[in-house]
Ligand binder design. Structure first.
Ligand SMILES: NC(=O)c1ccc[n+]([C@@H]2O[C@H](COP(=O)([O-])OP(=O)(O)OC[C@H]3O[C@@H](n4cnc5c(N)ncnc54)[C@H](O)[C@@H]3O)[C@@H](O)[C@H]2O)c1
Length: 336
């Protein structure tokens, strides 16, 4: 089912599609792309004249350059009419079910996360024009006994969650579709994005943001894991900048494995509490509760806490300078 504008409304100029365009990173990414443009097929940075936000959730925009299309990406037919024509199109594929809901709803997670990507590849394959695809993968592709410290490009992917399995399959699909020449794909292996604004979501990692966001807003937050639990994280601004930078890289700069780890910060929960204290004082830390949740601890300790991101750094992708700076940015304390 598609609601919104159909292809007849296609505007002239560079076209960009963001799936999951009504989500957290999708909305931020849309703002960055509208402001700065993207490297186009000529290798030059170009303004984006037609930005299409596709999501199962309806959206609207005041901007003439932005179209919002309501579509369920697990419905392959929906994609054919969105990705069509002979022009270059860049797709940021962010639509996904997140970790906790994927664990509970296996069939829907496979249909959305794997089926949605297969549908996108089929749509790209069936058109004349070139497609550049940036797929949002995750640190969750790693886990279990094969996990090394730190995980690196040669670490075997044995994800310990349905969500991680769908992302690992996604990386394989992107590699193969690129090898086949159906599209020019890149998989951004995203660390956990902290601090996510808004309300808690269904991701097992949600508390990593909540433990800053809620206390700095005068609200309580439960920390369901012990202080020595580590996480690889990235700030929201750096995450969206890195997605753009990965898109803009020349095709040949990325090897046959199209997955690139985004540069991250390795921090422990105890260090996060110290950062909260530095920004919000002891009164902010007093708003944290520490009731252990074994289910959440099992999921997050199944992810790597250390990350060899040298490939991403060598490719020039942006990196956060420190956790404190990320939290300052969230709290609006960054000096301009
Ligand atoms: N935020 C993080 O910490 C993080 C970390 C690693 C990877 N990622 C990945 O980055 C991407 C974006 O993450 P986010 O934090 O913005 O997530 P989000 O949940 O805020 O956004 C995802 C969007 O996808 C949409 N969506 C879900 N199912 C859909 C379907 N069947 N058809 C169309 N749209 C659908 C949702 O409505 C939502 O707006 C996701 O692929 C996620 O797996 C995020």
């Amino acid at each position: 089912m598609i609601r919104g504008y159909l292809r007849l409304n296609r505007l002239a100029g560079m076209q960009v599609i963001i799936t999951g365009g009504q989500g957290f990173l999708g909305q931020r990414l849309a703002g960055v792309i509208l402001e700065r443009g993207l490297v186009g097929p000529t290798g030059e940075r170009e303004a984006v004249d037609d930005l299409v936000l596709v999501d199962v959730v309806p959206g609207s925009s005041e901007q003439a350059r932005v179209r919002c299309i309501e579509a369920d990406l697990s419905d392959g037919a929906a994609l054919d009419s969105i990705i069509d024509g002979d022009d270059h199109v860049s797709v940021f594929h962010l639509a996904s079910m997140v970790s906790a809901e994927s664990e509970l709803e296996w069939s829907r997670a496979v249909a959305t996360n794997v089926g949605g990507l297969v549908g996108l590849i089929e749509a790209a394959r069936g058109r004349q024009g070139p497609t550049r695809l940036v797929f949002a993968s995750s640190v969750a592709v790693f886990g279990g006994e094969a996990i090394s410290d730190p995980v690196g490009a040669l670490t075997k992917q044995t994800p310990q969650s349905t969500y991680g399995m769908t992302k690992a399959m996604g990386e394989m699909l992107v590699n193969d579709a690129t090898r086949q020449g159906f599209l020019d794909g890149r998989s951004a292996r995203l660390p956990t994005v902290v601090v996510r604004p808004g309300r808690p979501n269904a991701a097992a990692s949600s508390f990593f943001s909540g433990m800053f966001r809620e206390p700095l807003n005068g609200e309580r937050c439960n920390v369901p894991v012990s202080g020595d639990v580590g996480v690889v994280m990235i700030g929201p601004a750096t995450a969206t900048d890195a997605l753009v930078a990965l898109h803009d890289l020349p095709t040949a700069d990325i090897g046959r494995d199209r997955a690139v780890p985004l540069p991250g910060l390795s921090v422990t929960v105890a260090e996060m509490i110290d950062a909260l204290r530095e920004i919000g004082g002891n009164e902010a830390v007093a708003l944290l509760d520490f009731e252990n949740n074994p289910a959440i601890e099992t999921v997050v300790t199944g992810w790597p806490a250390q990350w060899d991101d040298s490939l991403g750094r060598d490719l020039g992708l942006p990196a956060d300078s420190s956790l404190i700076d990320v939290v300052r940015d969230h709290a609006g304390l960054v000096e301009s």
